[in-house]
Design a protein around this ligand. Sequence first.
Ligand code: URA
Length: 424
Amino acid sequence: MDAISVIRAKRDGHALTEAHIDWIIDAYTRGEVADEQMSALAMAVYLNGMDRAEIARWTAAMIASGERMDFGSLPRATADKHSTGGVGDKITLPLAPLVAACGAAVPQLSGRGLGHTGGTLDKLESIPGWRASLSNEEMLDVLRDVGSVICAAGDGLAPADKRLYALRDVTGTVESIPLIASSIMSKKIAEGTGSLVLDVKAGSGAFMKNLDDARELAATMVELGTDHGVRTVALLTDMSTPLGRTAGNALEVRESVEVLAGGGPADVVELTVALAREMLDGAGLGDADPAKALADGRAMDVWRRMIAAQGGDPDAPLPRAREQHVITAPSSGVLTRLDAYAVGLCAWRLGAGRARKEDPVQAGAGVELHARPGDRVLAGAPLMTLHTDTPETFSYAEAALAGAYEVGPSEAFEPSPLILDRIA
Ligand code: URA
């Protein structure tokens, strides 16, 4: 077998054979296939797609490229959640301790942010002392002692995906349903969770801008999980406007702690509880009441122990950016629209996100929203506060918001549900 014949087959619109797929993923992982050849193949897949059988084989080959974890020794059933990413999506932070407080074990392997969406690890790293990198043994210890752990995936898990995702990121081949589905599911299946809930986002702030594409991605991933014996369910959720009132690392941790304290924005609470119910169902704990565990402080207790078990101080003040700039409402009325992508881009330009994998992020940078779509605003009243340590970015960041929000009469506001569909 050779790389050129695999590339040509996909370039010419043919389905790849099992032998093609097994060989190319294995050879790429071993360094025998060059990055430029794999880029050409990723672009051919981006343009010509893959059928379900190809996606299944591609996913299996990526799983086989590395180790598989096993949580069989834990006394609790495991449940995991994956979000396809969005602006202000801090749900993992309250969700993991909440589900653990209700009796499941939550091994949450998470990532860093790239581009306009934030990464869970970047958010948690704004907590003084908190450590994202744990050995497999440390991860199991935290899971056993606390019930939930949020940490970086080890290098041994689906290494083919690690290399391929980095390559797709710089070759314009991320937004392909077969490549996204196989990338996400290879890591989740290799991780060894018993059940999985997918939060597949649709809207301007998501990978999938429209609901039909999000539905296809969700159905592909549910089928892959189910075929590998992982109970998998997907919720399709709205990402046309940011989740909650903050986008940025420490800002989102603060908001998550508010949710764990029984408060926080209604949309963040709604999605956290809905995903918790699905995860608990998948773990065979459908009788548990996550809304109660949030209200009575049990989830907060697990959060504090989880942060401390990973070296963090749950009582330490969170970093605050050195400079703030307030954007005011242009007129009085109702905020009828606030675009998620623009807010994410603004937060990223302020320093909350990175342009390249190796770039640092600012813990305190980001956007704080004083109004959400549907809220009444007064002309001249604060609409958003921009936070950064690098005030020279204010005008560039504010430019991202041009045309991103509208204030109008209340009839012009069309509320949209947060949870759009469920696929099982
Ligand atoms: N997240 C992943 O892990 N992989 C993708 O391809 C896209 C998002």
